[in-house]
Design a binder for this molecule. Structure first.
Ligand SMILES: [Zn+2]
Length: 279
């Protein structure tokens, strides 16, 4: 999604401070992605003076509700590959991304997994825990390094119990996420790989605001639920057509409009560019 509509951007000096924390994490991280790893690092970053948020949900909350979350809401830098929740977990923490991206994966008994939704600064991971005991159905894994506001489930639940706005936020975003999951299910079943790959590249690009997207073939094959060789073949086609430039560990978007034309309709739906209801 684009970042238009932000009403309360993070102050520039604070943002730079957060970015430095994220960059420090990246320096120690191989460009190759992605093996889910609970040992990946979480680093606290400076939030002193944080007066706003690039996370849309936090940015639109009344000040009184931000105060309710209070000092329990801390900001952390999260490494690629970090697993935030596995299926069956009761989330211990809730994450509001400011930058980067989290994938939600449906995991089968044989270990195979496929992405069912992504969460960036427009969303939150684990928020249903605020409504009571909640068990996750998906694996949540950091796919693009990120800075996020994090809060433990217990204080979040206390804040939610005292706030209609927080309850409404959780219910409303859960509906948005359900819509995304439904579209992704249809996309995985009905749309050809080339169109799905184009959608995924664009969707990820919109979350990180740069045309140089850190996506490996390994990651793409895992997210799209196909063989790596299939991803390689399709990426080559897109490169030969001049739409992208592929190198080890990243994809550069060369012709944005042409890539949008090559993507399936699901990109327009999830990015709000379609006339159909936005997801
Ligand atoms: Zn599709």
């Amino acid at each position: 999604m684009s970042d238009t509509g932000l009403t309360n951007p993070i102050p520039a000096p604070i943002y730079k401070s957060l970015q430095r924390g994220a960059h420090a994490e990246r320096r120690g991280t191989p460009t190759g992605v992605i093996r889910p790893n609970r040992r990946s690092k979480v680093t606290a970053v400076n939030t002193e003076g944080l007066e706003g948020s690039t996370n849309r949900l936090l940015a639109t909350l009344p000040v009184v509700d931000i105060e309710r979350l209070g000092t329990a809401l801390t900001t952390v830098s999260l490494e690629t590959g970090l697993v935030l929740n596995e299926p069956g977990d009761e989330p211990e923490r809730i994450y509001f991304p400011h930058t980067g991206m989290i994938s939600l994966l449906a995991v089968m008994a044989d270990g195979k997994a496929v992405e069912t939704a992504t969460v960036g600064r427009e969303g939150v991971v684990g928020a249903m825990a605020g409504l009571g005991v909640h068990v996750t159905l998906t694996r949540a894994v950091v796919q693009v390094p990120m800075v996020a506001s994090r809060i433990a489930a217990a204080p979040f639940r206390r804040a939610v119990q005292a706030s209609d706005a927080l309850r409404d936020m959780i219910v409303s975003y859960n509906g948005v996420l359900l819509g995304q999951v439904q579209i992704t299910a249809a996309c995985n079943a009905l749309h050809p790989l080339q169109k799905r790959l184009a959608r995924w590249i664009l969707q990820t690009r919109d979350r990180i605001d740069t045309d140089l997207v850190p996506l490996t073939q390994e990651l793409l094959s895992e997210m799209l639920g196909v063989r790596r060789s299939s991803v390689s073949e399709i990426a080559k086609k897109l490169q030969i057509a001049g739409l992208i430039r592929y190198s080890r560990g990243s994809i550069e978007i060369v012709k944005r409009a042409a890539l949008e034309a090559a993507a399936c309709e699901c990109y327009s739906l999830v990015s709000g560019k379609s006339r159909r209801p936005r997801l």
